[in-house]
Design a protein around this ligand. Structure first.
Ligand SMILES: [Zn+2]
Length: 107
């Protein structure tokens, strides 16, 4: 099951650290706890250079999230972070414009 997917905190440790800090700042304590255990299920796949978004839960293909869905926009030190949360579960982490000098491709 989800054990096959890597922990986001092992793939993007800086991102998760900042995410938790921002969530606690917003008073989203439960989401902050969830963020620590998020798994990288699937990359966004849109192919845009500025996009590092990823899914943290299997998405219901072709269907909207439904009534329990809410967006949690955050204000990171750089770029843009926004969570899609459904019934208290983080489904998708939108990460845009965060490619700084430390994250550039090695060529
Ligand atoms: Zn994308």
């Amino acid at each position: 099951m989800e054990q096959d997917h890597p922990l986001v905190r092992e793939v993007f440790p800086d991102l998760v650290t900042e995410l938790i800090t921002l969530l606690e700042h917003e008073g989203e304590r439960e989401l902050a706890v969830c963020a620590w255990d998020l798994r990288l299920v699937e990359e966004c796949g849109c192919g845009d250079d500025f996009c590092q978004s990823f899914r943290t839960a299997p998405h219901p293909q072709g269907r909207p999230y439904g009534a329990g869905h809410r967006c949690v926009p955050l204000l990171p030190s750089r770029g843009m972070l926004c969570l899609d949360v459904v019934d208290g579960r983080i489904m998708y982490v939108e990460v845009l414009d965060r490619l700084g000098s430390s994250a550039q491709l090695p060529y």
